[in-house]
Structure formats: C-alpha cells, structure tokens
Write a protein that binds this ligand. Structure first.
Ligand SMILES: Nc1ncnc2c1ncn2[C@@H]1O[C@H](COP(=O)(O)OP(=O)(O)OP(=O)(O)O)[C@@H](O)[C@H]1O
Length: 623
C-alpha cells in the first residue's frame, strides 16, 4: 500500500540556476548592460509615479579601480525588505502586482522588466554585483548595501545615515577574469549606445577622467518638430543612413496606437533578396530589443527596414526577440497595410518615385501582386517586363499590341523575339519568376486586352512563304537538308523573314525537345527499355529548322544545289542547324557539341580543299 507523503518543495541548486540563467538564456554577454540600464529606467519610472518631478538621470561610470563599472540611477530605490524580496529572490520582480502574479497592464505599460531574472545576466561578465540603494518610498529608511556572488550567496548590510545623499541605486560590477573585455570603457559606450539610443531618460557614460558621453538623443527623430516636410524627410533619411548605412529611397511613417508603436519604414535603395531579409530594429519602451526582428513585417515587404519603438509588444524572456502572439500578428498586418497604402499613394500622386521604386523592387512587387488583387490592379500596369519592344510597362505594351503573346521560358523568348518582332508580333518574356502568371492576369485589370501563350506555330504562321518557283528551284537543296534534319528529328521549311542576317532559325517547343530526348534514350537503350520508351512516343510536332530565303547564303545554297558537292550541302545544313541552335541559347547536349564540332571541321576541310584546288589551278609559281 502506498501512503501519500506530506508536500515537499523542490530543492534548487543555486549555483546551477545562476549559471543557467546568466550563461544560457542570452545569446551574448553584452546584454548585461541592457539589463542594468533597463532596471535603472524602470526604477525612475516607478519613482515618477510617486513624484512626477523627480530627477531622471542614469550615469554609467567606466574605468573603476579593478576594471569594474557602475550604473547609477535617480530611481525609486529599495528598502532592506525590498532587497530581500526582490533582489535576492530569483524570479521575483517588483514589477508585478501585489499577489505576485504578473500584472501585465502595469508591467507592459510602464516597465520594461517583468521576469525577475535580468540582474543575473551580469554574472556572465562579473563575479560580484554590489547594489547600494536608498528608497524614495521610505526616505527615512537607511541605505542598504547588497553583495551578490555568482556562486549564489549574498550578504547585506545597512549603511550609516548620510552614506547615500539621495534616493536611488548604484549597481557596481566586479569583472570576471573572462568577462573584462565587456566592461572596457569603449565597449561600454558602444553597448550603451546600441541598446539605449532611444531611452526616454537621459543616459550618460562618464570615463575615469570625467569625460561625459551622451548615449541617447531623444525624442526619436520621427517625433521631433521640423521647419518643413522637406527638413523632416532629410532628417529621417540621415537617420536611416546612420542606422542602416543606406540612404533610403523613401520613408514611410508608422503609427499603430493599439500597441503604442511609432517609427519609420525605410525603403531600401537597392534590390533586396527575399530570403535575405533586412533586420528591423525594435525598441521596447526605448530599449533596443532586437536589430534582427524579421517577424515585424510581412515576408513580402522585404524591401523595407524599420525602426520602431513600442510599448505593447511582448519580449521573450531573453528579451532578444518578440513573443509570437496575436498582437504581433496584428502589428505585422498593420505595417503591411501601411506599406500598401504608401504604394497606393505613389501610384495616385508620385509616379516618378513609383517608377524609381519599381526599377529597384519590381521583383518584390511581382511576388506581392500575385496574392493581392488590390495591389495587382494598382501596380500591374506599371510593372516593367522584357518584351519585343524592349523593357516596358505592360500598359504601354498592350496599347500597341492588342494580343499580348507570352513565352513560357526565357530561351523561347530569346529564340523567337527578334523574328516575332520583325513579323509584327508582340511577345513578352514570361520565363522569369512570376512573369507569365502576372501577364495572364492583365485582362482582369485591363478588360479588352487579350493574352495568349506563344507557340512556335504562331511564329511560323506569321512568316512569309516563298514564291513557288523559288521553292521549286530550291527543291534539291531542301531534299538534302531534310535528309540531314531528319537524322536530328527536325523538319525543314523555307520562309522569308527579317532580319536578313539570320540564315536559319530553330523553332522548337518543350514537347518537341522531350520527344528528341526520348528518341535518343530509346536508341541507346536495351530492348525492353526501347520498347517502353517507344510506346511513349508521341506525335507532337517536331522542331523546325526554318531557312531564311532572304538570306544571301541560303539563296546561294538553294540555287547552286545541283552543282555543289552533296557532302558540302549536308555539312552546310548541319552548320546552319548548329548556328540556329546557338542562337536559341539553349544549353547544348553532348550530341549538339559533336554536331557543331563535326560541321565546323567539315567546312574547314572544304575550305582548305577549295583553296588548295584554286592554288593548283592558278598560274605557275604562285605557291
Ligand atoms: N536599479 C534598480 N533600482 C531599484 N530596484 C531595482 C534595480 N535593479 C533591480 N531592482 C529590483 O530588483 C528586482 C529584480 O531585478 P531583475 O532585473 O532581476 O528583474 P526585473 O527587472 O524585475 O525583471 P526582468 O527579469 O524582466 O528584467 C526588480 O524587480 C527590482 O525590484
């Protein structure tokens, strides 16, 4: 029979707990200074609830003897019993309500801290923390000195009356052997500026010579008053340059009262890669929480980098990231909506900036417009595409081409663009990511425009036929050309097209290419596979080698076919095929390389023989 034991309480290994919370919660030792500044800010906030005119000063002193630093604040201070219950009890915080529960309203509204563990971060860089404090709530109570050590022990003593002149707290750190670099004067000033640039109370760093450096520059640049909108824009741009090291293309004001969020989205002046998102800087009540908060803006808005200060978002316990909750999701949506409004505003009133923006970020906008009908309607006509008329907006293109043809791949576009353009067809390169999908959505936005996929037959159909007599005269050459092309699974046609300089064009589509690949495999396969591959054979159109009758070389080859060495005609056809293949800019297969090689060497041989024959037949002594 089991008997239930009276309640036991967990035992805590203090050394282990201190080690866990100080060394393993945070990503870097540097957060120690953030925790100290944050406690100082919270203490001043608490004192100002008692006395609205109380001083609000935070002084960080560096270069103390032994290499330590101290952080002194004019905050609310602690009585002896406060010290026992808050400083010396891990996990207890004065920033919760009386019954010990987290009073979220007060903690979020007024204080930065809430967990009761922040001070322990100092043990990453310090062996000992000394807190000398005098309470503003009980001015008659003596000042108290508390010494906490990284092994989890502490001592406490009351100081004689008059030892501390004013209410407030001074926290002093004695460095650890391996943490002293973080307490060096230069690191301290850098860290204080990094974390504290937007803190609302004055923060100064004073070195051992008494030189004073300001840490913060309040109010934030977006909350100041300016002579003119231009002066404001310039100030924001200068701030963007200082923080992100780029001059923004434009700035977007952010203001979400629901979570007390204000700040600015800086539009990147150069293209950003969607997967390499810019780091947003999130301050919580002035204190920098993260400079890598990608979660603050929707994925699609990767072309902005934000700096915001908020009172209403929750930090994780390490205070290095935002807590992912519904509020954060709502903030993300609100920022997305603001960026969208900015784009709408540009389309309505500032086309020059819109064009500048699209030049840089069209890819981002294309990604976004696919899922956003409003934005699609707004921006699709302005988006630049590669077309047979050059790089133009779809609106411009559709004005001159009532039927907009779009290719499926870049190589299809490369292959047919010059010929289609010469034949009066309007083709858009749909091979880049999102482009084909977007072009097909154009009729929704611009009714009356029609969009169709371009197929090779459309192009061939638009090329002029050749006069029957000329075709007849070219019959012997065409017969030889067909024999060669047949081995390459290709048909041959004679047409007249521009530009004249192009002797032959290979019109092909994906199905035809698959068909050729299947034939190649089937030729090299054993009986079983050849049978299976053969059964997959389809009657899709083959690739077409279209010879240009307007081209002088083709004309000569067709006219002289009867008198030319058949071997030369065949090599010439192979060379034309090879050249058309190169023009199509398609990746070459080993068999294509072999063909190019063969035909080039073949032509060289014919040329050498011809030169040789010419020399022999020439006057004596010319050799
Ligand atoms: N400079 C200070 N002035 C007055 N009280 C302080 C000061 N620093 C710390 N304290 C007291 O010590 C308590 C514990 O501080 P600690 O930094 O560990 O946690 P916290 O600030 O309450 O919460 P968090 O872990 O979120 O930072 C605080 O709640 C506060 O009561």
């Amino acid at each position: 029979m089991t008997t239930s034991q009276p309640g036991h309480t967990f035992q805590v290994d203090l050394r282990g707990l201190v080690d866990l919370l100080s060394h393993h919660l945070y990503s870097s030792p540097r957060v120690y200074l953030r925790e100290l500044m944050q406690n100082a800010v919270d203490a001043i906030t608490a004192r100002r609830v008692l006395d609205g005119s109380a001083p609000a000063r935070i002084t960080i002193r560096t270069g103390l003897s032994g290499g330590g630093i101290s952080v002194e604040d004019s905050g609310v201070g602690l009585t002896e019993s406060d010290v026992h219950s808050f400083l010396a009890t891990i996990g207890r915080s004065s920033k919760r309500n009386a019954n010990g529960d987290l009073d979220l309203t007060a903690a979020r509204g007024d204080f930065i801290g809430q967990f009761g563990i922040g001070l322990l971060a100092c043990f990453v860089v310090a062996d000992e923390i000394t807190v000398v404090t005098r309470s503003a709530k009980e001015p008659g109570a003596p000042a108290v000195e508390w010494r906490g050590r990284s092994d989890g022990t502490y001592s406490i003593r009351t100081l004689p009356a008059g030892a501390v002149a004013q209410p407030g707290t001074t926290v002093t750190l004695t460095p650890r052997a391996d943490g002293s670099e973080w307490l060096e004067p230069r690191s301290v000033l850098q860290l204080a500026r990094h974390f504290g640039s937007l803190l609302r109370y004055q923060v100064q760093v004073v070195d051992r010579h008494g030189d004073v450096n300001q840490v913060n520059d309040t109010p934030p640049v977006w909350e100041r008053t300016y002579r003119s909108p231009l002066a404001r824009r310039e100030a924001l741009a200068a701030y963007g340059k200082a923080v992100f090291d780029f001059v923004p293309l434009d700035t977007i004001d952010l203001d979400i009262p629901l979570v007390g969020l204000k700040g600015v989205a800086f539009v990147l002046p150069t293209p950003a890669h969607p997967t390499r998102r810019s780091g947003n800087r999130v301050h919580l009540k002035g204190m920098l929480l993260s400079d890598q908060a990608t979660e603050l803006v929707p994925d699609w808005a990767f072309f902005v980098a934000c700096v915001v200060d908020t009172t209403g978002l929750r930090p994780t316990a390490s205070r290095e990231a935002l807590y992912e909750d519904e509020t954060l999701a709502a903030v993300r949506d609100a920022i997305g909506e603001r960026v969208r409004q900015w784009l709408t505003g540009l389309a309505a009133q500032d086309l020059a900036t819109l064009r500048q923006f699209l030049d840089v970020h069209h890819l981002a906008v294309k990604a976004l417009a696919r899922h956003d009908d409003q934005l699609l309607a707004l921006l699709l006509p302005w988006l630049p595409f590669e077309t047979t008329d050059g790089r133009v907006s779809l609106d411009e293109f559709a004005r001159t081409h009532p039927v907009v043809l779009v290719t499926q791949t870049v190589e299809e576009f490369r292959q047919v663009a010059p010929i289609a353009a010469a034949a009066g067809l309007g083709v858009v390169n749909g091979g880049y990511v999102y482009d084909r999908e977007l072009v097909h959505q154009l009729p929704q936005v611009r009714p009356g425009v029609s969009v169709a996929d371009l197929d090779p037959e459309t192009v061939t159909a638009h090329l002029d036929g050749v006069d029957p007599a000329a075709e007849l005269a070219a019959a012997p050459f065409l017969a030889r050309a067909r024999a060669v092309a047949d081995r390459l699974e290709t048909d041959v046609a004679l047409r007249a097209f521009q530009p004249v300089g192009v002797p032959a064009m290979l019109v092909d589509n994906r199905e035809a290419r698959h068909e050729r690949r299947r034939a190649e495999l089937s030729a090299g396969a054993d009986d079983l596979w050849a049978g299976i591959l053969g059964s997959l054979s389809s009657s899709e159109p083959r690739a077409q080698l279209i010879l240009n009758y307007l081209n002088p070389l083709i004309r000569e080859l067709s006219e002289l076919a009867a008198t030319v060495d058949p071997q030369l005609s065949e090599t010439a056809v192979e060379a034309l095929y090879g050249q058309a293949l190169l023009l199509s800019r398609r990746p070459l297969r080993p068999s294509d390389h072999a063909l190019l090689n063969r035909s080039f060497l073949g032509l060289l041989e014919f040329a050498t023989q011809a030169a040789d024959a010419g020399t022999r037949g020439g006057p004596e002594g010319t050799r």
